[in-house]
Design a protein. Structure first.
Length: 128
């Protein structure tokens, strides 16, 4: 179980409460596409469905989201970014997310697209 004092799942080295937990609580918003992607990964790790839906582009957001409680997200690797900076409107983040499911190890390799919606970064979709 992840607590506010636990290391943040996003891998930046801060406690969850001082890192992605702030975004999940609504105390702050992601300044870059990469920070949004990291906070969304952490939301998967802690099971915060509301945050995931709130930060999903309205044009691609599902009506509901069911997370598999058997999945345990274990590590995030950011492999690269394009755009997605403080003054940009779009960006991509390539990452590898590692997880356990039923005792087996898996990884998800994705290049996600992000855009600003009313000034806030949101997840759009994955580049195929």
């Amino acid at each position: 179980m992840i607590t506010t004092a636990s290391p943040c799942p996003c891998g930046l080295g801060n406690s969850y409460g001082d890192c992605c937990g702030r975004a999940h609580r609504g105390d702050t918003t992601a300044a870059t596409a990469e920070l949004l992607m990291r906070s969304r990964y952490s939301a998967f790790a802690v099971g915060d469905v509301d945050y995931l839906l709130r930060t999903w582009d309205p044009t691609t957001r599902p009506a509901e989201l069911d997370l598999d409680p058997a999945q345990r997200w274990t590590r995030l690797e950011v492999l690269g970014t394009t755009g997605g900076g403080l003054l940009q409107r779009e960006g991509t983040v390539e990452f590898r997310a590692h997880y356990l499911d039923g005792g087996q190890r898996f990884d998800l390799h994705e290049n996600s697209r992000f855009r600003r919606d009313n000034g806030l970064w949101v997840y759009l979709d994955a580049v195929v």
